[in-house]
Design a protein around this ligand. Structure first.
Ligand code: TXE
Length: 479
């Protein structure tokens, strides 16, 4: 499959005609070639976005909402294709791609259409004046997204950016171009206005960097690793671009001593190994109250060992491959490090060779490690793979201290039979998103984002609409 950039409503080759190979990590086979775009391609995309800005931003919000719903229904009709392409690009199980990636790509557009529809304009009355808060588009915005939830995270930014009247230059991860390309096919099929959404494929330091540096791109919404987030901030901040950074995580799953253990074991296993642990919200540290530790851990291990690792195209597969053989090596190096740091592997711990067509795939068994110090490298650095560590705590205060020990602060979950107790523990954890007796249960109206090295800013609901708007206040003196 030859992928091209999508600029000004047309599929066009990169000016330098250089391409990158894109693999299916579950088979090791090349599936597509994508443009290795340069700043000249980004320049062309920004020009197209600029040329489209007036017409798009001058459309009424109701007309833009209609377009969001057209995109949503077109995506809905292609859900099977979205899931199949996402699974091919990432190695994730087809059932997960359907249930999470495809479904959420549709609901992102549906949600922001409805949320924008209910947007009430703000004004504040004084005794002798009225303040009118007005909302204008930011202009041309840059979206840079990662490989773990490709279309889910791209549309999470595209939908609010569009409905607020902006035009877009977006770069998906070079490892997962296929569903962004499908979105472009859909935009063409529904005669979406040309130049409003432009997709430039390529490497971060070249195509991505060109987006960061372009003076006419007024806001950057970035989702990816913390290390890259620092680069994004270094470039965008001195240019006074609006910046939203959704970065890494090292989230705690806290099992309190009054938890319903079988339910908590299922929840902890799901939080740790969904998408092979390649979700920034994954619970990669499982903190267990000492007095139920010996009862809980065997339940957790059996939940993990019941997970079926296999061909991602098989509907019954729970665990597919990780994103690449390089990433597999990185994850395996952390498993080795864990044993050097005194950890004991309770289940998993190595790769898995599957029969054809997956014999060259990057498969790692879901792995649990006990006995690591809470401040060990494996328990504090983001591994972003199917690896979780289990730690014992002797008091609620200690559990909270352990949860807060890392440089990250994105998410977490607390499991208990007393929801009020769960909420009071959750309130003391320095993270942006916390669940009590559930995980990845998402209300899109809520603020999404992290603290510390997990990022800056919030997306979701009003927070997305405000990020993708320039708010002004007009104070009119009563006559
Ligand atoms: O990130 P990278 P990855 C985090 C997750 C993990 C990482 C995985 O925790 O750490 O993202 O995604 C582009 N200038 N989250 O490995 O390498 C790159 O091409 C400009 C958190 O892809 O940071 C890709 O398109 N761009 C999140 C994108 O940045 C550059 C949810 C991300 O790449 C660049 C999902 C550069 N110099 C993953 N270098 C959350 N909090 O929601 C790379 N890129």
């Amino acid at each position: 499959m030859q992928i091209e950039n999508f600029i000004g409503g047309k599929f066009i080759a990169p000016l330098k005609k250089t391409y990158l190979e894109n693999l299916n990590p579950a088979t090791g086979k090349i599936t597509s070639r994508i443009p290795s775009s340069t700043n000249e391609d980004v320049e062309m995309a920004v020009e197209a976005a600029q040329n489209a800005l007036d017409n798009w931003s001058q459309l009424s919000i109701d007309k833009r909402i209609i377009w969001l719903r057209k995109i949503a229904s077109a995506l809905e009709s292609r859900k099977e294709d979205i899931a199949a392409l996402e699974s091919m690009d990432t190695g994730k199980p087809i059932a997960l791609a359907k249930r999470v990636d495809a479904a959420r790509s549709v609901s992102n557009f549906e949600f922001f259409a409805e949320h924008a529809e209910n947007l009430s304009e703000l004004n504040y009355k004084m005794s002798d004046a009225t303040n009118y808060v007005t909302r204008k588009p930011v202009g041309v915005v840059g979206l840079i997204t990662p490989w773990n939830l490709p279309l889910y995270l791209l549309t999470w930014k595209v939908a609010p950016a569009l409905v607020m009247g902006n035009t877009i230059v977006a770069k998906p991860s070079e490892m997962t171009p296929l569903t962004a390309n499908l979105l472009c096919e859909i935009l063409t099929a529904i005669d979406f206005p040309e130049g409003v959404i432009n997709i430039v494929h390529g490497l971060g330091p070249s195509a991505g960097q060109a987006i960061l540096e372009h003076p006419n791109i007024k806001a950057i919404s970035f989702t990816g690793g913390t290390a890259t987030g620092k680069i994004v901030a270094q470039i965008a901040a001195p240019m006074f671009k609006k910046l939203s950074l959704e970065l890494g995580g090292k989230n705690a799953t806290i099992i309190l001593d009054d938890a319903d253990l079988p339910t908590a074991a299922k929840g902890a296993a799901r939080a740790a190994f969904t998408n092979s642990g390649q979700v920034c919200l994954c619970g990669s540290r499982i903190l267990v109250a000492d007095n139920i530790y010996d009862e809980f851990v065997p339940l957790l291990i059996s939940e993990v060992e019941a997970m079926k690792i296999g061909n991602p195209s098989d509907e019954n597969t729970d665990i597919g491959s990780v994103i690449s053989s390089n990433h597999m090596e990185k994850v395996l190096s952390y498993i080795d490090l864990a044993t050097q740091e005194g950890g004991k592997i309770s289940t998993g711990g190595s790769t898995l060779t599957l029969p054809s067509p997956n014999s060259d795939g990057a498969f790692i068994q879901p792995t649990l490690i006990e006995g690591l110090a809470i401040d060990s490298r494996c328990a504090t650095e983001e591994i972003f793979g199917p690896v979780a560590s289990i730690h014992r705590f002797f008091s609620e205060d200690e559990a909270i201290e352990m949860a807060n020990i890392t440089q990250y602060g994105l998410a977490g979950s607390v499991w208990t039979s007393n929801p009020a107790r769960g909420k009071s523990v959750a309130e003391r954890i320095d993270s942006g998103i916390l669940w009590v007796n559930t995980w990845l249960h998402r209300d899109l109206r809520t603020p999404f984002g992290g603290v510390k090295n997990s990022g800056v800013g919030r997306e979701g609901g009003d927070w997305s609409l405000n990020f993708f708007s320039e708010l002004s206040n007009i104070c009119v003196k009563d006559d």
